[in-house]
Design a protein around this ligand. Structure first.
Ligand SMILES: Cc1ncc(COP(=O)(O)O)c(C=O)c1O
Length: 381
């Protein structure tokens, strides 16, 4: 992602909405949605945005407007989706380890397509459903899913069918998150189809997420055209569901912050910023890299960008190349639209930032900044 807007706008946004600040660009989001949609020309395709990556309802509405459905991982995902305006039939639920309360809740909300993770979950869900539902199985086949806790092995299909009062029509394949190698998907399509055919009522193939995003520009990039061509060649008759998460939304978001301190350790610049890994937890949880940019146009220096806590892992970027920065300068942590705000927490007891959506460079506040009161909410003395 190039720097998405001018330094003047960055300053204005930080002044108006406070620093740090999540900023999303509607045009970027909509062009990515269009690019993915157009790449998969198989006629019976339905896209469902995986809102585990970002649950802001103003952003979910962009997917709804583009004709996508929603993919839910938890009842909370469904709740947000319904508030964004998705109809229950536009929501696909693929879950693990749902309690009876979870099943009751999502069934009461009217969710009809549910992919499950074990024979016992199929039994519970099917016993509790008081209207016909479309059931699918999440696939566990170590040759292609790798060793994973997720899914049902084909040797258990027969048991799942036996305990279900509804036909099992779906097979759900999850590749594991952040896969940029297109072949990791295209090479397994035949095996997934052959496995799905072991379900006598199979009519839906769900490719559930894992499509990568190239956070390092020089790295491999998932090729949607190649993936689409491969599906087109191999599928016929069945319905196809695609559940992109990060691939759809990562690029449209950035986390803006201001420099609060600069010091030098020999040749290296240590830049302190007014955000922390609690606002962008994905780096501390999964590791990984997000490009950090400033608007200054001068020689670059080796720099570490650190959060505003003493937590030893509070690094937003290590070994970055940045100009010599000064207190007050804005910086942007790019490509943070996915697993950014959604994974933020009150760890370190700093409150969460606001979120703003830019449409034609015009900002709209889509989530208010928290304040200290949030740290006391629900505490009892
Ligand atoms: C079933 C399912 N679908 C889609 C996604 C979205 O994944 P990604 O952001 O890797 O596309 C996830 C993420 O956990 C998932 O579990």
């Amino acid at each position: 992602m190039a720097i998405p807007f001018s330094d003047a706008l960055a300053d204005e946004l930080l002044e108006t909405y406070g620093s740090p600040l999540y900023v999303y660009q509607a045009e970027r989001l909509n062009s990515t949605i269009a690019e993915i949609t157009q790449a998969i020309s198989y006629p019976k395709t339905q896209f469902h945005f995986a809102s585990v990556t970002n649950g802001n309802i103003a952003l979910l509405k962009q997917f709804l407007k583009a004709g996508w459905g929603l993919h839910a991982n938890t009842p909370g995902d469904v709740y947000l989706g319904l508030h964004a305006g998705f109809e229950p039939h536009q929501i696909v639920y693929s879950g693990s380890h749902l309690s009876r309360e979870d099943f009751e809740q999502i069934l009461n909300w009217g969710v009809r397509r549910i992919n499950l993770d074990s024979v016992s979950q199929v039994q519970q869900c099917s016993e509790m459903a008081r209207f016909p539902i479309e059931l699918g199985l999440r696939l566990n086949l170590p040759e292609i899913t790798g060793e994973s806790r997720i899914g049902v092995h084909p040797s258990e299909f027969r048991d799942a069918i036996a305990v279900s009062k509804f036909p099992i029509t779906g097979l759900h394949f999850y590749r594991g998150t952040g896969t940029n190698a297109t072949q990791a998907f295209t090479q397994v399509v035949d095996t997934v189809i052959a496995t799905a055919k072991q379900l006598p009522d199979w009519s839906v193939l769900d490719f559930g997420g894992g499509f990568g995003y190239p956070y390092r520009k020089e790295g491999a990039r998932f090729d949607w055209q190649e993936f689409g061509a491969s599906l087109n060649q191999k599928l016929s008759g069945i319905d196809l569901i695609i559940e992109p998460g990060r691939a759809a939304i990562a690029e449209s978001g950035c986390l803006l912050a201001r420099v609060v301190s600069v010091k030098w350790q020999g040749e290296k610049q240590i830049v302190g910023v007014d955000t922390s890994i609690a606002n962008l937890a994905v780096l501390a949880v999964h590791g990984g890299y997000r490009e950090i940019v400033s608007w200054k146009d001068s020689e670059n220096y080796l720099s570490d960008v650190c959060g505003n806590t003493t937590y030893s892992r509070d690094y937003l970027g290590k070994g970055c190349q940045l100009p010599a920065l000064s207190v007050g300068d804005p910086i942007a942590i790019l490509d943070t639209g996915a697993y950014g705000y959604a994974m933020s927490s009150h760890f370190l007891h700093r409150f969460r930032p606001a979120e703003v959506l830019l449409e034609n460079q015009i900002p709209r506040l889509i989530r208010k900044r928290e304040d200290y009161a949030v740290l006391l909410e629900r505490q009892l003395t």
